[in-house]
Design a protein around this ligand. Structure first.
Ligand SMILES: Cc1ncc(COP(=O)(O)O)c(C=O)c1O
Length: 358
C-alpha cells in the first residue's frame, strides 16, 4: 500500500487503500478555505481570458508592488512563485549541498526539495502532544547548520509560535550565518495573524514564505510569494523558469490582496467551527493537537497507529489525511481540515459510530 504524499485528490487515497469511493464524500484532507474563493474573484473571472493571448510579465512587477505596499517592504524584496511549492523547490536548489535542519512534524516538501539537491538533512523532532519548540535545544544545533526550516502555524499540528520566539531563533541563526526559512502558508487563518515578514528588513538570513492558495481557495491556480533580502531574492529568481507565474495568477493575486473582509470572515468561522469540534472531541475522548488554525491532528487514544480509524472514515465517506510521511507522527495521528457545519456534522456522526462499535 503506497499512500499519497499529500492531502486532496481523494480518489488516489481510495485507490491506495483499495476501498470503493462512495458517491458522496466529505474531503477533509486538504487545508483549503471552506468558504471557497471570494466573490471579488468571481466578478473578474470573465475578464481573465484576456491574459491568455500574451506572455505574462516574467517579473510580476504589478503584483510585487501591491504586495510590497501591503507588507511595508520593497518590491525588490519579493519573489512571486507558481505556488509556495515552487518557491520551496527554488530554495532547495539555492541550498544545494548545504547542511539543513528541518523541524518536524512538518510539510514534506522541504525535505524533498533539499534531498534532490544533495543537502545533508538533520531532523529536529518536536515532542508529541504539545509540539513546543525548545529554543535551548534548537540553539545548540544552529552553529552546524546552513539553513533551518520552520512552518508557522505548523502543518500538520496547527501549533502557532510567537513572533518573539521566532525572532530569537532568527537572531541566533544570524550570528551563525544560518538562514531561517519561515513558511507562513497558513498565517492568515488564526484571528491573531502572527508574522515575521517585517523582519526581512532587519535580518538578511530570513526568508518568509506565503501561499495564496489556502486562504483564497485557489490551489488550482498556483500562487505564492516569498520575502527576503534583495540579494537572496535575486539569487533565487535566477533559478526560476522564465514566465513561471502565469498572467491569470498575477491578476488574481492583485484582486485577492483587497479581500480583507473575506479574510476576517474566514478567521471567525474557522475559530467557531474548530472550537465546536474540540468540545465534541473532549466529550467523546478523542485526542487533538492544540491547533490555532484551519486544520488539526486527531487520534483515538485506544489505538497506536490510526489506520483502522482512517479506513473506517473512508468507508463512511470521510477523507482525512494520513500522517505516515510526517516524521515524528508516523501514522499515530490523522489530520483534518476545519470546514463548515454540514461537513462537521457528518464527521461527528461517523466518529460517534466509530466509538459505539461493539
Ligand atoms: C506548509 C505549506 N507550505 C506550502 C505549501 C504549498 O502551497 P501552494 O504551492 O499551494 O502555494 C503547502 C501546501 O500544502 C503547505 O502545506
Amino acid at each position: 500500500m503506497v499512500l499519497p504524499d499529500h492531502g486532496s485528490n481523494p480518489q488516489n487515497t481510495y485507490k491506495a487503500m483499495d476501498i470503493r469511493m462512495p458517491e458522496q464524500i466529505v474531503d477533509l484532507s486538504a487545508n483549503i478555505n471552506p468558504i471557497g474563493p471570494p466573490t471579488g474573484l468571481k466578478k473578474i473571472w470573465k475578464d481573465l481570458i484576456d491574459e491568455i493571448v500574451t506572455y505574462p510579465d516574467p517579473h510580476s512587477v504589478a503584483l510585487r508592488k501591491s504586495i510590497a505596499r501591503k507588507e511595508g517592504i520593497e518590491p525588490e524584496a519579493i519573489l512571486i512563485g507558481n505556488g509556495g511549492a515552487e518557491l520551496i523547490h527554488l530554495i532547495g536548489r539555492w541550498l544545494s549541498r548545504s547542511n539543513v535542519m528541518i523541524i518536524h512534524p512538518t510539510f514534506s516538501e522541504y525535505e524533498k526539495a533539499c534531498q534532490i539537491n544533495d543537502c545533508t538533512i538533520h531532523h529536529f523532532i518536536l515532542k508529541e502532544n504539545d509540539w513546543d519548540l525548545d529554543l535551548n535545544r534548537l540553539k545548540v544545533t544552529l552553529p552546524k547548520m546552513d539553513a533551518v526550516f520552520i512552518c508557522n502555524p505548523t502543518n500538520p499540528t496547527g501549533v502557532l509560535y510567537s513572533a518573539s520566539k521566532l525572532e530569537e531563533i532568527i537572531m541566533e541563526a544570524n550570528n551563525e550565518q544560518c538562514c531561517v526559512i519561515v513558511d507562513e502558508a497558513f498565517y492568515d487563518f488564526p484571528l491573531e495573524e502572527i508574522t515575521v515578514a517585517p523582519l526581512v528588513k532587519k535580518y538578511t538570513n530570513l526568508i518568509v514564505l506565503r501561499s495564496m492558495t489556502k486562504m483564497f481557495s485557489i490551489p488550482g491556480i498556483r500562487l505564492g510569494f516569498l520575502m527576503a533580502g534583495e540579494t537572496v531574492v535575486r539569487e533565487l529568481e535566477n533559478y526560476q523558469v522564465h514566465w513561471s507565474v502565469n498572467g491569470i495568477a498575477q491578476r488574481v493575486g492583485e484582486t485577492l490582496l483587497e479581500e480583507k473582509d473575506f479574510i476576517r470572515q474566514t478567521q471567525y468561522m474557522v475559530k467557531k467551527e474548530r472550537e465546536k469540534l474540540f468540545a465534541f472531541f473532549d466529550e467523546s475522548q478523542f485526542r487533538y493537537s492544540p491547533s490555532q488554525t484551519n486544520f488539526y491532528l486527531l487520534r483515538d487514544p485506544s489505538l497506536n497507529e490510526q489506520t483502522e480509524l482512517f479506513r473506517f472514515l473512508l468507508e463512511n465517506g470521510i477523507v482525512s489525511r494520513h500522517t505516515h510521511n510526517f516524521k515524528g507522527l508516523d501514522g499515530r495521528w490523522l489530520r483534518f481540515a476545519v470546514k463548515g457545519e454540514l461537513e462537521h456534522g457528518k464527521l461527528m456522526d461517523a466518529l460517534t459510530e466509530w466509538k459505539s462499535r461493539p
